[in-house]
Write a protein that binds this ligand. Structure first.
Ligand code: AMP
Ligand code: MG
Length: 365
């Protein structure tokens, strides 16, 4: 069996594995990478895993020392709990003290996929995973190779995004290398993430259930599959009917949802009147990156010739925009610009997750 080298303390081994849907029988390179990764997880080491949302920095969720390593490598505050990744619903239920009907319906419809459910934790889940709390966040990822790894390792995986705390989450293996470099030993590379934004987090310990973090699965979808209204962040009815993005999550029920998060190194601002703002910044000698929804507009084309301006056309579709957002921020960070300006996105529920991430990326606190 080919061995996957572990190069620490220099750069991590980066191994290409089967893509999102995977195959029933993994190819030899994938099988060897999974065997190596499973062994590392079983011995308390960290492995970077692909998921359909963003790349994750994984440890055996039942090994408190291994989980402590995640916090160290990321520089993550201890009050920010981790999502535990499972291979199926049966594994999730073993980690939960109870399994509310809402969790059963939501996971039956959305797993494997970008939905995290928060339920009361079983005693086996170490407190370090839940930041001391009595609830645990659980998710079954859609990437087949990652579910296979969880099965092979024989344990659930605690895995936050594979980046330093507060930085933009990685949606490719190259982003992980860029952000964590030699801090990790092995990266499983399954190509670019399908969604590119973190999962929707649904609190199933309250009735009606509440979205703690908007993500790829919308409030409308959840309400439909659960068969009851779903509250939005901030304890208000989720804006299913009124068609508006939800306000930011309150800190009490969703620890770790700080206002500033997911931020590029280059300061970013969102503007409803981006053209005059970009013109003003260019006039003061700044080098600007502009994420625009209207690349063909006359006002954009007028400015586009400026050598100090990088125009990035962004998709008019919310899911496509979400898929590109972090990759765009990573790429623009490499241009060493003075400032990024993003056109304000539509005030509609489909855009709630993008709206949330843009607002966190621009926040100063
Ligand atoms: P990340 O791993 O960076 O995607 O962040 C995971 C997020 O999930 C945390 O920042 C919390 O907002 C949320 N989360 C994880 N565990 C819990 C929990 N037990 N209760 C509420 N929210 C949680
Ligand atoms: Mg994160």
């Amino acid at each position: 069996m080919p061995r996957v080298p572990v190069n620490r303390p220099s750069l991590p081994a980066l191994v290409r594995v089967a893509g999102p849907s995977g195959e029933a029988v993994p190819d030899p390179a994938t099988a060897a990478a999974l065997a190596r990764a499973a062994e590392m997880l079983a011995t308390g080491q960290l492995v970077v895993i692909p998921t359909e949302t963003v790349y994750g920095l994984a440890a055996n969720a039942l090994d408190a020392d291994a989980v402590a390593l995640i916090y160290r490598v990321k520089g993550r505050p201890p009050d920010n709990p981790l999502i535990v990744h499972v291979s199926d619903t049966a594994m999730a239920r073993r980690l939960a003290a109870d399994w509310p009907e809402v969790a059963a319906r939501a996971t039956a419809a959305c797993w494997p996929g970008p939905l995290t459910v928060v339920v009361r934790k079983a005693a086996a889940v170490p407190k370090i995973v839940t930041a001391g709390g009595e609830t645990v966040a659980l998710r079954c990822p859609a990437v087949a190779v990652t579910r296979r790894l969880i099965e092979q390792a024989g344990c659930p995986l605690a895995a936050p995004s594979a980046n330093r705390s507060e930085a933009v989450s990685p949606t490719t293996a190259a982003h992980v290398l860029d952000g964590l470099g030699s801090r990790v030993g092995l990266i499983l590379d399954a190509g670019p993430c399908e969604h590119g934004l973190e999962s929707t987090v649904l609190d199933c310990t309250v009735e009606p259930p509440r979205i703690l973090r908007p993500g790829p699965i919308t409030a409308a979808t959840l309400a439909a599959v659960i068969g009851m209204p779903v509250l939005g962040p901030g304890n208000r009815a989720a804006p299913v009917a009124e068609n508006r993005p939800a306000p930011p999550a309150s800190l009490d029920r969703s620890p770790g949802q700080r206002q500033r998060h997911y931020a590029p190194r280059t300061p970013l601002e969102v503007s409803a009147e981006a053209a005059p703002r970009v013109a003003e910044l260019l006039g003061s000698g700044s080098r600007i990156g502009w994420l625009t929804l209207r690349p063909e507009a006359a006002e954009v084309r007028r400015l586009a010739d400026s050598p100090s301006l990088v125009v990035v056309p962004m998709p008019a579709d919310a899911a496509a925009y979400g898929r590109m957002l972090y990759a765009t921020l990573h790429a623009l960070d490499h241009r060493h610009l003075d400032r990024l300006v993003a056109d304000a996105v539509p005030d509609e529920t489909a855009w709630a997750a993008v709206h949330d991430r843009l607002s966190r990326a621009t926040s100063e606190i």
